[in-house]
Ligand binder design. Structure first.
Ligand code: HEM
Length: 489
């Protein structure tokens, strides 16, 4: 707002009388330069780090890169984002959780009789099941989505919506959430919660204890990583052997790094996926094109009248699927801005920035989904920014506000391919402090989009429910019935 009012991509704001002023930058190239190339001048902002400090005090998210612990913490969890771990551990767990969501929505569609119903809460819970199973061993009784599916499968009818108004949403009974996931939901919903939750601590301690037992066994098959926690323990075991000491499993560092993955990866991914459903429901033409791309991308699944497997989803490149996913990530507004603190006295677009100043780098608004504010002379930019000119494409201001996956597609010799560098994107941040879980988020969103669009049609909402504040969808199960009965060939 202030940037537009003053017609300047860089402004300072007084957040409150007791803190220093903040600098807000609304310009992609300069923000990208700060995150990618000026990493000695700008690091994690104190305010951003403080959000997590009360909950996970020993997680690297609130550390500066100059802290010697930062690298050690990153090493502990680094295997969880390798292609092998993502394909062999994460993908099947995520796939299972969202297949359960398909089950829940199939039951809901049966009971709703054409009425709309809210989708965001179910997506939130399935995303919790998914990330939980990737990080900790998840037993069938811990899955919130499975319990909900069972409850609905046992229900024969619901009378919560008016029989005369088909647009009135149906409200479904909710199964009680088991204690451990409930404590996680409570904590993630209130990040300002002080101290630690005893249920969460007990849950992690029990899981660690069980894994410790498996890892001390002589049987090789017990040592295979089944979740991120196993990987961390294996690393600790190896380090202890090297250093000729007892392995230390129950440490604050291990607790916080594990739990940190869960909170950093849950809400963000489910919010982005829910925005995806909303955008696809509002843009029927994109949904139709994407469904057609999926049908031609997974021919074996069509022939065999089944949904694509996790392996097929991981190993198949469908440019329009990648492009839609990138467009959802850009338009989702899951993270509107990235925060950094100046570690030294420096200069930004010709302005002096004293050491300790917090800088907010906007990831939407002008220069993203609106035309840029003014034209910045090249010589006002940093040297590194000038040198990197042209490496990333730029939005066409005429349509930057539209939901248009095609902007991420390039054509060469008639062949379409997905180009992630064709447009600016800051939703995950960038550089060494950018999102650690970006690859897992992409994988999860890909699986969600394929499974949900394969099984359901997200219809347009009636006007009263079209608000951006609500996430309600009419979900029709005709698609799933269609392939089940082989109507499409
Ligand atoms: C759509 C989903 C996601 C979005 C939009 C998102 C966004 C972000 C953003 C904006 C940051 C800060 C980046 C910066 O300051 O430059 C971040 C950091 C982080 N994210 Fe994500 N994230 C997502 C999913 C995940 C997942 C699935 C995980 C792990 C399982 C994860 C783990 C982390 C961690 C550990 C950090 C801290 C990195 C550091 O401090 O160096 N995120 N994420």
């Amino acid at each position: 707002m202030q940037a537009k009012k003053l017609n300047s991509p860089i402004v300072q704001v007084f957040v409150n009388p007791l803190t220093k002023t903040w600098v807000i930058l609304t310009e992609f190239r300069e923000s990208q330069d700060i995150m990618l190339r000026r990493t000695k001048e700008f690091d994690r902002s104190e305010e951003f780090g403080n959000i997590f400090k009360s909950l996970i005090p020993d997680h690297h998210i609130s550390m500066r890169m100059t802290n010697p612990q930062f690298k050690a913490h990153r090493r502990l969890i680094q295997d969880s984002m390798t292609p092998a771990f993502l394909n062999e551990v994460s993908a099947p767990r995520i796939y299972e959780a969202f297949t359960s969501l398909v089950g829940v929505w199939t039951e809901k569609a049966r009971l709703a009789n054409g009425h709309p119903f809210s989708a965001s809460d179910d997506c939130f819970k399935a995303a919790l099941d998914a990330i939980w199973a990737v990080i900790f061993p998840l037993g069938p009784k811990d899955s919130v989505t499975n319990a909900q599916r069972q409850l609905l499968a046992d229900t024969t009818s619901i009378n919560s919506a008016s029989s005369t108004n088909i647009d009135e949403p149906v409200v479904f009974p909710e199964t009680p959430i088991p204690d451990a996931p409930k404590s996680v939901l409570t904590l993630t919903e209130s990040l300002e919660h002080m101290g630690t939750s005893s249920q969460r601590e007990a849950m992690i301690a029990t899981a660690l204890e069980k894994a410790k037992g498996r890892f001390s066994s002589d049987r090789k098959e017990e040592h295979v990583a089944r979740c991120a926690m196993d990987d961390i323990l294996r690393r600790e075991l190896a380090a202890a052997k090297r250093e000729n000491r007892e392995p230390a499993y129950n440490t604050r560092t291990i607790f916080d790094e594990l739990f940190g993955l869960l909170i950093a990866g849950h809400d963000t991914t489910s919010t982005t996926a829910t925005w995806g459903f909303k955008l696809l429901s509002d843009h029927q033409e994109v949904q139709k094109k994407l469904r057609e791309a999926l049908r031609s991308g997974f021919p074996a699944a069509i022939t065999e009248c089944r949904q694509p497997t996790a392996e097929e989803i991981c190993n198949t490149q469908i440019p329009y699927l990648d492009a839609t996913q990138e467009e959802i990530i850009q338009k989702s507004m899951t993270s509107g801005g990235l925060a950094r603190t100046a570690m030294v006295d420096t200069v930004l677009l010709g302005h002096h920035i004293p050491k300790g100043t917090s800088v907010l780098l906007m990831g939407n608004g002008p220069d993203f989904i609106e035309p840029p504010i003014g034209k910045i002379p090249e010589d006002r930019r940093s040297k590194s920014c000038q040198e990197a000119k042209g490496r990333i494409g730029s939005w066409d201001p005429a349509d930057s506000n539209l939901f248009k996956p095609e902007r991420w597609i390039t054509k060469e010799d008639g062949k379409e391919s997905f180009d992630p560098t064709s447009d600016p994107l800051l939703t995950f941040g960038l550089g060494p402090r950018g999102c650690f879980g970006r690859r897992m988020a992409h994988l999860e969103l890909k699986i969600v989009l394929v499974l949900l669009l394969w099984n359901f049609e997200l219809q347009s909402l009636p006007g009263t429910l079209m608000l951006f504040a609500t996430f309600e969808f009419i979900i029709e199960w005709s698609w799933s019935l269609s392939w089940k009965f082989g109507i499409f060939d």
